[in-house]
Ligand binder design. Structure first.
Ligand code: F6P
Length: 306
């Protein structure tokens, strides 16, 4: 998110706009925790993970009284537009808030889940994919040398996009995602077939929302006592670290476009990328449509598993 903040601040200053950074997202908006930013506030952050403005889950923003406070703070500070950086929850809040108070807002999509309708990619997704792939490549060395079956749990409480991308890139034999219920018989059959295929190790990439890795491992171990099944939960390493060049450039392009949109009075939308081109997607469409996960990856994984 930092390269996006940098791009928003510098593009806005270049257009002679004043810029305020709001700490902890909607919470800072409600508590009037904001400060005026200049170009030096965003120096040296293009390669830094996370966000210098901090981030928090703030369910209180679902209450109208909370949003009214936020609106008052914006008015008191003479703020005329919002560039919101965030995922699904931030999109819903931006849509509700901007329609309720007719307040100009543009969403810059950021999520390692890459689950927002209307954009091929979100800030952070490519970085998280690469981080997970790098970690799993190392795990594979043990899987191969020790002839084990590994279940690697990646993030994705509700969506399997990260698991689908990571699993394909790591040459996983099986990918399990929240969108598809686990078919235990099929997994056992696939793992048993590996003997016939001459395979001595295998990798299952599991999205956290599809089941807990230790429970999945226990279940499979009971059915396949001859296999040595091990678990690795990647956890929060996927949420941090240096952003990839793809993420940095996407974030920069999104930040620049978001400010241009606000400046031109073109708001109530998300900035996105489709087929390599920057696009604008109305917020009501973003929040009322679901992005389909790349289920083709499952077929490709199957094709590769011979
Ligand atoms: O929404 C993005 C996400 O990274 C999910 O994939 C993950 O389950 C969740 O956030 C973790 O969020 P928290 O740290 O707030 O529990």
């Amino acid at each position: 998110m930092n390269p996006a903040i940098r791009a928003v601040v510098r593009t806005a200053l270049g257009l002679d706009m004043d810029v305020f950074g709001i700490n902890r997202g909607y919470r800072g908006l409600t508590e009037n925790d904001m400060f005026q930013m200049d170009s030096r506030n965003v120096s040296g952050i293009i390669d830094v993970g996370g966000t210098i403005l901090k981030s928090i889950r703030f369910p209180e923003f679902k209450e109208k009284a909370t949003r009214e406070k936020a609106y008052k703070n914006l008015k008191d500070n003479a703020i005329e537009g919002l560039a919101v950086i965030g995922g699904d929850g931030s999109a819903r809040a931006a849509h509700t808030f901007s329609s309720e108070f007719n307040f100009p807002a543009v969403l810059i999509p950021a999520s390692i889940d890459n689950d927002l309708y209307g954009t091929d990619s979100t800030i952070g997704f490519d970085t998280a994919v690469n981080t997970a792939v790098d970690a799993i490549d190392r795990i594979r060395d043990t899987a191969t040398s020790h002839e084990r079956t590994f279940i690697v749990e990646v993030m994705g409480r509700e969506k399997g996009n990260l698991a689908l991308e990571v699993g394909l890139a790591c040459g996983a034999e099986i990918i399990l995602i929240p969108e598809i219920e686990i078919n235990w018989d099929k997994i056992v059959e696939e793992l048993e077939n590996q003997k016939i295929q001459g395979k001595t190790s295998s990798l299952i990439v599991l999205a956290e929302g599809a089941g807990k890795a230790h429970e999945v491992a226990k279940h499979l171990q009971d059915k396949l006592p001859e296999k040595e099944i091990r678990v690795s939960v990647l956890g929060y390493i996927q949420r941090g670290g240096k952003p990839s060049s793809f993420t940095r450039n996407l974030a920069t392009k999104f930040g620049v476009e978001a400010v241009r949109m606000l400046h031109n009075g073109n708001h109530g939308s998300m900035v996105g990328i489709k087929g390599g081109k920057i696009v604008h997607v109305p917020l009501h469409k973003v929040v009322s449509n679901k992005k389909s996960p790349p289920l083709d990856n499952l077929e490709i994984v199957k094709l590769m598993d011979i």
